[in-house]
Design a protein around this ligand. Structure first.
Ligand code: 5GP
Length: 186
């Protein structure tokens, strides 16, 4: 059986990658890999659905057990992709989309050179800031950290195979669907 393909979606917070990825995953029935994080749950987030919410000790124990395909410190918290969420799906021929930060993307490219890395961008900096504020999910301090980090994240664009500029959600959804349906061969 052919193995599944690993797609990685990254880009600054507020670029809209979560919304677009969720719509595409649901439409194409691509399974989600649930990440682990030490970030506190936001209102409405559910453990085991949105993330596995771990303590720092629990996360570090998993690192020591080599339970992660990749992990990184993002905006002051640990985030990581669990091997158990991904490996069996790929073995069974299922494609998987990882929605992870740029440091994680780099680690995945090293371990899985055949992975297809897609970078999401907002059309411009003003729009990125507006989207972060309109989400109403984060405090001013958190928004500030995320905006500062977005500049660093944009430097990683060159390591990615494809770029999607998220001007209109419908366009971005169609672009991502195309990439996945054509297995990155655009
Ligand atoms: P949020 O706190 O908004 O849910 O996510 C913050 C950032 O962490 C986003 O850029 C998201 O893509 C990234 N992230 C989520 N899960 C993982 C993961 O498993 N590994 C890495 N490296 N980054 C992740």
């Amino acid at each position: 059986m052919n193995k599944g393909i690993l797609f990685v979606v990254s880009g600054p917070s507020g670029a809209g990658k979560s919304t677009v990825t969720k719509l595409v995953r649901e439409e194409l029935e691509i399974p989600l890999s649930i990440s682990a994080t030490t970030r506190k749950p936001r209102i409405g987030e559910v453990d085991g659905k949105d993330y596995y919410f771990l303590s720092i000790d629990e996360f570090e124990k998993k690192i020591a057990e080599e339970g992660f395909l990749e992990y990184a410190n993002v905006h002051g918290n640990y985030y990581g992709t669990l091997k158990s969420e991904v490996e069996s799906k790929l073995e069974n021929g299922l494609d998987v989309i990882l929605e992870i930060d740029v440091q994680g993307g780099e680690q995945i490219k090293e371990k899985f050179p055949q992975a297809i890395l897609i970078f999401f961008k907002a059309p411009n900096d003003q729009e990125l800031e507006k989207r972060l504020r309109d989400r109403n999910t984060d405090s001013e301090d958190v928004i500030k950290v995320r905006l500062e980090n977005s500049l660093k994240e944009l430097e990683y664009e060159k390591f990615y195979d494809l770029v999607i500029i998220n001007d209109e959600i419908i366009n971005a959804v169609n672009n991502l669907k195309n990439i996945i349906n054509k297995k990155g061969r655009l």
